[in-house]
Design a protein. Structure first.
Length: 75
């Protein structure tokens, strides 16, 4: 499966994913934990406790995901 930038998505990849809620969209950092049909399953989501209705994992279409394994994060 390919992400928005046409990179191959693998289990264990660190990703940024977009999720829609109503008329708003939000970005989340997480890790790919699996695939279900045409969806990427993302777990280990950062700041999940601050978002209503988002729990341990979320399913999103691959075109709403960008692999960020090699990008340095803020400390």
């Amino acid at each position: 499966m390919k992400d928005f930038l046409n990179n191959e998505i693998k289990i264990g990849d660190k990703v940024v994913a977009m999720r829609h809620r109503g008329t708003s969209s939000f970005l989340y950092k997480g890790e790919v934990i699996g695939f279900k049909g045409q969806f990427v399953v993302i777990g280990k989501i950062e700041n999940v406790e601050s978002e209503w209705g988002l729990y341990d994992e979320m399913k999103v279409s691959s075109y709403k995901v960008v692999v960020v394994n090699d990008i340095v994060t803020k400390s």
